[in-house]
Design a protein around this ligand. Structure first.
Ligand code: ADP
Ligand code: MG
Length: 682
């Protein structure tokens, strides 16, 4: 009987209380525990002579205790233990805070290994709270590569490390081998047992690298196979091919001509729609690249072929805006369009629903919520989801259940690199609008500190005097969520009362009811306010061409892609527009990140930068991004492994015989568990 799935409770040192703590970290079984990987490692292998210790560089050294440790009781709650240690090259004084046991454990005249960080100033050098072990004891805290685990209150690194080792002792031999021998041989990957052993207690950095590579490969391989299985399940679905898919007729009703990129994407959509299979396509395009026109053309294709189409937006106001801007294009084409949102009156909704059910309307524009609710369509053949980056794989799967396998088109304003898109949206085909319509102005972007506050306020006033409007985005809603963050509520009030008493300041944030939010947004769009103080609720889509200035408070708190989205809220009219990023954070990485945004207007380049600095989990500055959380794999640094794993996944799936081999059984079992029919990966 496998002990892998035994509870951690039965390990030594883990009682009921600690088991609860572990559970809160997602660790219930021994398998969970050994799959809880270190987040970093400390190199304690290098032993240096005292004379070569460097300030601020943690290191190990071997030394004799050359003074009897003395405990000084400074005051209640503060005891200092001081002693001197020496080797052939020099002497060093050590200080321990509140570790009186040190006096008994470090004996005069005996030799120990220490690990710590040298500190120094004009008074001399010293070390505080080093860890130590007798020279004849096995190296646990010195002379080795130390795993550093992600921690939670009440669980320290030593506890995790010890229990992991205990668990490995019990079940190392039982870890299922998910990568059969030929695959491991081909990519020179170690076996599962070695990988688990080395990732927790590496013998060397080379061994650690090997362990990690193997686990990353496994993780990406499983994910790729799973996603492809989802995708093939979907592409088996058929629909009669649509006909007569020439965009020329559509272009005639537009006040502009399509860009080359828009045309290319439209033809990709057309070839899906005429293929006889159900379309599953994502269109990525930077803010302002003209995704709406592409969506409209696709809708027209469907309607021309006697189908209904639905366009879903994440908010009511965006749905309304789409309906308003689509109407003049669609009406001349004979497409009947209706809006369907929660804020419509019951009678309006009833009318709209009747018109939908009897196919008196062809294109339905509404919120995701309403359209995915029980709305009876007559012949729904195409569903378009706008601003898709807010939805994960699971939501897409749910969407496909709507209607009789409608064609699906998702529009995302967050352009992401192709390799990442393959992982994220491996179940979708991807089109990219990689060109902006001609004559787009770039939004001038500035990074400023608090010292510029007065000048920026004058600038806001100047915009208002010229009849233009300003967005001010704050990271928090209320004061005190965290002490140092600007809160929208308080800031709006301060600005209105103390800074701009003569201007009209409005407030919108995510905790307002959506009707309330929409009302404020509508009023702002109509020009009833000069300044809108907001949280990131305004990130998506609302078009206010008269807004020329975007100010972001605590800009360092946002992801670059998110800032780019926010910046996309201005520069939509003809007037020169500006974006001002406030930060008083002096971290060089943070400044580099924000400066990259100032110099760059290309969403792709920005998301690449974001990815390489913050990792994919933060790409959208939101946890709902639908990104899979990889335990070991890093989508930026492990690209080669990702590509290999994807190639092997494809080979595995296209083979008749491989999936039937017994050595692949554990893998298939694992994928089933992770990608069961009703739980899409997320
Ligand atoms: P997004 O991709 O951000 O959704 P939109 O579809 O809202 O962008 O388009 C942004 C603006 O660009 C709209 O005002 C739209 O009318 C305009 N636009 C779209 N395509 C073109 C084009 N080919 N030439 C000129 N303007 C265009
Ligand atoms: Mg859009």
């Amino acid at each position: 009987m496998s002990r892998l799935f035994d509870s951690v409770r039965y390990l030594k040192g883990v009682g009921e209380a600690r088991a609860k703590l572990f559970a809160s970290m997602g660790i219930s079984t021994l398998y969970d525990l050994i799959s809880y990987f270190p987040r970093a490692y400390e190199d304690r292998t290098r032993i240096v002579p005292i004379s070569e210790l460097q300030v601020d560089e943690p290191a190990c050294f071997r030394a004799y205790v050359t003074s009897t440790p003395r405990v000084n009781h400074i005051r209640k709650g503060l005891d200092l233990t001081k002693l001197t240690v020496s080797d052939d090259t020099g002497r060093l004084s050590l200080t321990f805070f509140n570790q009186t046991y040190v006096a008994e454990n470090l004996r005069y005249g005996e030799e120990y290994y220490f690990y710590g960080t040298l500190a120094g100033d004009y008074l001399g050098y010293g070390m505080t709270n080093p860890v130590f072990e007798p020279v004849d004891a096995p190296g646990v805290r010195t002379r080795r590569i130390m795993p550093i685990y992600p921690l939670t209150a009440g669980v320290n690194n030593g506890l995790i490390s010890r229990t992991v080792q205990q668990a490995l002792g019990v079940c190392l031999a039982e870890i299922p081998e998910l990568l059969p021998e030929p695959l491991r041989a081909k990519y020179d990957l170690c076996d599962a047992a070695a990988a688990y052993r080395q990732i927790h207690a590496p013998d060397s950095f080379a061994a650690l690298d090997r362990a990690r590579s193997r686990l990353v490969f496994e993780e990406f391989f499983i994910f790729s196979v799973g996603l492809s299985m989802l995708r093939s399940r979907r592409s088996e679905k058929h629909r009669p091919p649509l006909r007569d898919l020439d965009p020329a007729g559509f272009e005639k009703v537009l006040p502009f001509s399509l860009t080359g990129a828009q045309r290319r994407v439209i033809s990709e959509i057309a070839s899906d729609l005429s293929s006889g299979r159900v379309m599953n396509r994502m269109v990525q395009g930077d803010v302002g690249s003209g995704k709406t026109a592409v969506a409209a053309c696709a809708a027209w294709f469907a309607v021309k072929n006697g189908l209904q189409a639905a366009l879903m937006a994440p908010t009511e106001i965006l749905a309304e805006q789409h309906a308003r801007s689509l109407e003049p294009m669609m009406t001349p084409l004979g497409v009947r369009i209706t809006l369907l949102t929660g804020s419509m009156t019951a009678a309006q909704k009833k009318n709209a629903r009747q018109a939908i059910a009897s196919h008196q309307v062809d294109l339905i524009v509404g919120t995701h919520a309403l359209i995915s609710e029980a709305t009876d369509f007559q012949n729904l053949g195409l569903v378009i989801a706008d601003e898709q980056h807010r939805f994960g794989v699971a939501q897409r799967a749910a969407l496909a259940e709507k209607g009789e396998d409608p064609h699906i088109l998702v529009m995302s304003a967050t352009p992401i690199p192709r390799t990442l898109a393959m992982i994220l949206y491996g179940d979708l085909d991807i089109s990219v609008i990689d060109e902006l319509p001609p004559g787009r102005q770039t939004v001038e972007t500035f990074l400023v500190g608090e010292s510029m506050r007065g000048r920026i306020n004058n600038f806001i006033r100047k915009q208002a005097e010229q009849g233009h409007q300003t967005f001010i985005v704050c990271p928090a809603i209320e004061e005190g969520e965290t002490e140092t963050l600007r809160s929208a509520e308080v800031w709006a009030e301060t600005l209105q009362k103390a800074v701009f008493p003569d201007l009209r300041v409005a407030l919108v944030h995510g905790r307002m009811k959506s009707a309330q939010k929409d009302e404020v947004m509508r009023a702002f769009a109509a020009g009833s306010y000069d300044i809108l103080v907001a949280t990131t609720v305004i990130e998506v889509g609302v078009d206010v061409p008269n807004a020329t200035l975007m100010v972001v408070e605590n800009a360092d708190r946002f992801g670059l892609s998110q800032l780019h989205q926010l910046r996309g809220r201005v520069g939509r009219g003809t007037a020169q527009s500006y974006c001002v990023l406030f930060t008083d954070n002096h971290n060089p990485d943070t400044l580099r990140r924000l400066k990259a945004l100032c110099m760059n207007n290309d969403g792709f380049a920005i998301s690449r930068e974001d990815l390489s600095i913050r990792g994919p989990g933060d790409l959208f500055g939101t946890r709902q991004s639908g990104l899979p959380a990889f335990k070991v794999g890093n989508l930026v640094n492990d690209l080669t492994i990702l590509q290999n794993a994807q190639a092997e996944a494809a080979a595995f799936l296209s083979s008749e015989e491989l999936p039937k081999r017994p050595e692949y059984a554990p893998l298939i079992e694992r994928i089933r568990a992770l990608f069961s029919d009703d739980s899409a990966p997320n």
